[in-house]
Design a protein around this ligand. Structure first.
Ligand SMILES: [Cu+2]
Length: 82
């Protein structure tokens, strides 16, 4: 691609989550790996002090999928809307 694309159907999305239940660095890894393991997720960064996770994913990934993945890992996530 030589021209900048504004096609929102293919551009990665960024979703910010609030994560409850993390108590240590191991929890951070669990949450990070649970998110990163999802199909279509390109990257996940978990911020322990802020109890937040920044997820970069394809538009085909629903926020509900992210929340469920965190829930399945034993934590609670909710979408953080600005
Ligand atoms: Cu822990």
């Amino acid at each position: 691609m030589t021209t900048p694309s504004t096609d929102s159907a293919t551009e990665p999305k960024t979703t910010l989550l609030t994560i409850d239940g993390m108590t240590c660095g191991g929890c951070v890894r669990h949450v990070q790996q649970a998110l990163a393991a999802l199909d279509g997720v390109q990257g996940a960064e978990v911020d322990f002090p802020r109890k937040q996770a920044l997820v970069v994913h394809e538009p085909t990934v629903a926020v509900g999928d992210l929340l469920r993945a965190v829930g399945d890992a034993g934590y609670h996530a909710s979408e953080l809307t600005p």
